[in-house]
Design a protein around this ligand. Structure first.
Ligand SMILES: *[C@@H]1O[C@H](CO)[C@@H](O)[C@H](O)[C@H]1NC(C)=O
Ligand SMILES: *[C@@H]1O[C@H](CO)[C@@H](O)[C@H](O)[C@H]1NC(C)=O
Length: 986
């Protein structure tokens, strides 16, 4: 007895202050202990207060001090759902969105008797939606979206008598949508989109839910017709049934939906005509039935609606556009591409509405481009390609400073381009190819300083290329093949250090090839074929690191082929029909390059015998050349045509028939991403693919990485379609990973040779970019230290918390990205493996072992990549953070940063190594972090620490120096263990 009493006393005294905290506060502390709080977000939850009413995220009744609401949005909390919250007797609102709660929904939740509002969206909840949720009699708002909940929607939810909002979007729910949901007569918002349901119909009983205001059923595997009964939903404002397999027609009953503002039906298999009577939908602003099989004409009555956006692209609509559409005074977007529409566009289109986007490409439109599109001065996108528009580009568009994209390819436009149209300041894509435009490229083009793609091929442009082109320093692509351009290439072109593709073939350009071409370090394709260039081929071409396709054929280049060209990784080389002489460099002396050199009678070596004394038979060989030439031209032409044709088809097919899968709640359509990929958005090019920055129509920004496909063999070797299933499996794994220090993979698309990964966009770019150049000053020591810890935690998660562990394979400062608050997130993990898989074949993982300067030394003899190689690479990143120096560079000679650091430490000591930009008051911390880096870059893999201990060592750097209370950190940890067990037993 005495012992028991003592024990009681002891256990009370272990909470000496808690006696003063009220009961609700104690429940909250209990909940806190059930959670893991790595960012210490709940530090204000402190037992020394009397009430919890001032604690972060807690709301109390002002009279009784009873806790009524808990809101812990985005605090990085993880662990089990803290059932202790449900012991708060007055709790009516519980919001824990955007954390990492990873348990099932426990039965204890039924004790949350007063709950009106429950938001657990964006967590990692697993298991089924339990039947017993229906026992929360007062629940009005239930949001479980963006979790990993599985199983069916329980029919019992129908028993919730007051439910108004049901949001289950983005889970792994299966089964079909239960018709019993129609018993929840109070329901206003029904949102079940993005779940892998079994194929099933839209229950027609939903038409009984007369309070419904929004229905969101995107990607729910819906089949069959849209029930007529939905026309009874008199309060409906928003209905989205897109991306399903719905068939039949758009019900006529929809025309009774007088309050409806938005109707999204895109990407189904709806057929028939648009219903008559749409003019009754007097609130309709957004209507999108694109990518269906609709036929018939666009009804005139559309023009009586307050339409702001009308999207009907990729259907089979015919007839002409109602002229009265130009009267719609709200219209900002009109997208009708890929239909069978004919006739002219109304000439006053854009006069009466704030038109921004017009895309009527791939139809049979003719006549002139309407002159008033930009009357309101807001017009941005003019996309008319693949029609039969004729006449000139209207002079008025030259004043339209708001234009950003112009795509007029493949029409019958003629005349010269208005002077001011060349210099539109916001245009980044100017595509005029395949018309009959003439005149000069105006020097006013210098005003188009945002231009990244200038595509002028297959027109009748003449005159010289203006020197001003060199001012467009964002230019990535410049194609003007098959025109009548003459004169020399302006020397200013060497300033275009972003230029990736330059095609000036089939013109009358002449002169010697411009010097300084080595400055075009991003150049991947150079085509100057069939002009009148002369002089030598500059050897500096051989120093262009990315050059992949080089065509100088059909000119008068003379002299020897510079041996430096052998440094290039070329997939295409054509120097034929010039006046080259001397030996063919040995690398090219094989049959693969036979066609690359023909038509150069002075060349000798492999193809034409030894260099001297073969005067005989020369005439013969000319005849032979002519035959060969004819043959080659024919074959090249055919191949070119086929490739072009297939490429276009593949691109279209690849992304539109879609092998998309998404891993998070998306506020955008994946198709939109694919649509917006263009060379002008490229923000980076790496070993595994090209990265695009995509600004979506809703303002959101994502980063899309297009992996090098089967025909981009320049970098990776032969990645072929056989790796497809592996790809899906791998990406599935990557997509499911949620960690605060890992860049989110939103979704991906795999269609064999086109693979696209869509990531969260990180506004501060990569650590590598930050460390380079002027922005380095933003990285003071505390920021760098935090970056090291963040990145280490991300990697540690991959190594230790994923089953099976994920080896990054390409850890480097380029792959550590920074968000707007400089939180570091690891990106691109596993991609090297995906890319490697297909090409693996004989050697183990050898195509990409990481990046130069980061590759662990043992790789040289084991050719294996494992966790220990990641740790080496991470050590290099730490050294970069400490020294502010790049991992490799000419200043190290044969060595790299790792060697440099150990050498510099020996010679000059610590102060010689630390980045001079860092404040010396952190010297001690920096030196400790440096020693972690040295530990990681130990040449012996076995002596390198694990990632988990790297995190710990890095954390200890400050805990010890600042003497932070170690107790604070430890005590809750042990408590967590005990209280968790208590709950379980209870
Ligand atoms: C919870 O707090 C966040 C901001 O932290 C706020 O945006 C959100 O509206 C709050 N939720 C509720 C239900 O009060
Ligand atoms: C859930 O989160 C906790 C705390 O972060 C972690 O320890 C646990 O391993 C996680 N459980 C699962 C199944 O991921």
């Amino acid at each position: 007895m005495l012992v028991f009493f003592l024990f009681l006393l002891l256990s009370l005294s272990s909470h000496p202050l808690s006696l003063s905290l009220n009961q609700d506060g104690l429940f909250l502390l209990q909940a806190k202990r059930q959670l893991s709080d790595p960012d210490n977000s709940l530090s204000s939850w402190n037992s020394s207060d009397h009430t919890p009413c001032q604690w972060r995220g807690v709301t109390c009744n002002s009279l009784t001090a009873a806790v009524t609401a808990v809101n812990l949005t985005s605090l990085g909390l993880s662990g089990n759902f803290p059932a202790a919250f449900c012991r708060l007797p007055s709790l009516s609102s519980l919001s824990l969105p955007d954390n990492l709660i990873n348990s099932t929904l426990p039965a204890a939740i039924t004790t949350c008797r007063s709950l009106h509002y429950l938001d657990l969206s964006d967590n990692a909840l697993v298991g089924p939606i339990p039947d017993y949720l229906a026992e929360l009699p007062t629940l009005r708002h239930l949001d479980l979206s963006s979790n990993n909940l599985s199983g069916g929607i329980p029919a019992s939810l129908a028993a919730l008598p007051k439910l108004e909002t049901l949001v289950l979007v983005y889970n792994l729910l299966s089964g079909i949508i239960p018709s019993s949901l129609s018993n929840i007569s109070t329901l206003k918002h029904l949102q079940l989109a993005y779940n892998p349901f079994h194929p099933g119909p839209i229950p027609s009983q939903l038409g009984n839910l007369t309070n419904l205001e929004t229905i969101w059923l995107t990607q729910c595997n819906l089949v069959g017709p849209i029930p007529d009964s939905l026309g009874n939903l008199a309060r409906l404002t928003n209905i989205d049934l897109s991306q399903n397999n719905l068939t039949g027609t758009i019900p006529k009953s929809f025309t009774r939906l007088r309050r409806v503002i938005q109707v999204e039906l895109y990407q189904n298999s709806l057929s028939g005509e648009l219903p008559s009577g749409m003019s009754n939908m007097t609130s309709l602003k957004f209507f999108d039935a694109s990518m269906n099989e609709l036929t018939g004409k666009l009804p005139n009555e559309l023009c009586e609606l307050p339409l702001a956006s009308l999207n009907l692209y990729e259907n089979q609509l015919g007839g002409s556009l109602p002229f009265s559409i130009a009267r719609s005074s709200n219209l900002f977007e009109l997208k009708l591409f890929k239909n069978k529409l004919v006739g002219e566009l109304p000439s006053d289109l854009g006069s009466n509405s704030p038109l921004l986007h017009l895309d009527v490409s791939t139809n049979g439109f003719s006549g002139e481009i309407p002159a008033n599109l930009c009357r309101r001065g807001e017009f941005e996108e003019l996309i008319l390609m693949f029609n039969s528009f004729s006449g000139g580009i209207p002079e008025s568009l030259g004043n339209c400073k708001s234009i950003t994209r112009v795509r007029l390819k493949n029409n019958n436009l003629s005349g010269s381009v208005p002077e001011r149209f060349w210099g539109l300041p916001r245009v980044h894509l100017l595509e005029l190819s395949d018309n009959s435009l003439s005149g000069h490229i105006s020097n006013a083009i210098s005003g188009a300083y945002n231009l990244s793609s200038l595509l002028l091929s297959n027109n009748k442009f003449s005159g010289s290329i203006p020197e001003e082109i060199g001012l467009l320093n964002g230019l990535v692509e410049f194609t003007a093949g098959n025109n009548n351009l003459s004169g020399q290439i302006p020397g200013s072109l060497v300033n275009l250090n972003q230029l990736g593709n330059l095609d000036l073939s089939y013109n009358q350009l002449s002169g010697e090839l411009f010097g300084g071409i080595r400055h075009l370090t991003k150049l991947t394709g150079l085509n100057l074929a069939n002009n009148s260039f002369y002089g030598g081929i500059p050897s500096e071409l051989g120093s262009l690191p990315l050059l992949n396709s080089l065509d100088l054929s059909g000119n008068s280049f003379s002299g020897e082929i510079p041996p430096q060209l052998q440094n290039l990784k070329l997939s295409e080389l054509n120097l034929s029909y010039n006046r080259l002489s001397g030996d063919v460099p040995s690398l090219f002396a094989n049959d693969k390059y036979r066609m690359s050199f023909i038509g150069n009678p002075g060349l000798c070596g492999y193809f034409s015998g030894p260099c001297r004394g073969s005067g005989k038979g020369k005439n013969w060989s000319y005849v032979k050349y002519i035959f060969v030439l004819a043959g080659v031209l024919f074959i090249v032409g055919m191949v070119w045509f086929c490739m072009k044709y297939m490429k276009v088809r593949k691109l279209k097919k690849g992304f539109s028939t879609s092998r998309w899968r998404s891993f998070h709640k998306l506020g955008f359509s994946e198709f939109e991403v694919a649509k917006l990929l263009s060379e002008d958005n490229v923000i980076g090019t790496g070993a595994s693919g090209k990265v695009y920055k995509v600004v979506l129509s809703n303002g959101e920004v994502v980063a899309a990485k297009k992996l090098w496909g089967a025909n981009a063999n320049n970098v990776v070797g032969n990645v072929v379609g056989s790796g497809k299933d592996d790809f899906d499996a791998e990406v599935e794994t990557l997509g499911r990973i949620r960690h605060k220090n890992i860049v989110k993979l939103w979704c991906c698309c795999n269609s064999g040779d086109h693979r696209l990964l869509v990531y969260e966009y990180m506004p501060n770019g990569s650590l590598a970019d930050m460390l380079k150049g002027g922005k380095k000053s933003l990285l003071d020591w505390p920021t760098r230290y935090k970056i090291a810890i963040d990145a280490a935690e991300g990697l540690s998660y991959l190594h230790h918390d994923c089953v099976p562990p994920i080896v990054h394979r390409d850890v480097k400062s380029n792959n550590i990205l920074l968000d707007e608050e400089f939180v570091a997130k690891v990106s691109d993990f596993g991609v090297a493996k995906i890319v490697n898989r297909a090409s693996q074949g004989t050697e183990p993982m050898s195509a990409i072992a990481g990046s130069y300067g980061y590759i662990a030394p043992e790789y040289a003899y084991t050719l294996r990549v494992n966790e220990k190689s990641d740790i080496y690479s991470f050590g290099v990143v730490i050294l970069e953070l400490v020294t502010g120096r790049p991992p490799i560079g000419p200043e190290y000679g044969e060595n790299d940063l790792v060697k440099w650091v150990s050498f510099a430490l020996e010679q000059g000591g610590l102060d010689h190594v630390i980045d001079p930009m860092l404040d010396s008051k952190y010297r001690e911390e920096i030196s400790k972090v440096l020693s972690v880096g040295l530990h990681c870059t130990n040449p012996l893999p076995i002596t390198r620490p694990t990632m988990r201990s790297v995190v710990k060592m890095l954390q200890e750097v400050t805990t010890v120096t600042k003497c932070r209370n170690v107790k604070d950190w430890k005590v809750p940890y042990t408590h967590e263990g005990t209280s968790y067990n208590n709950i379980k037993e209870a």
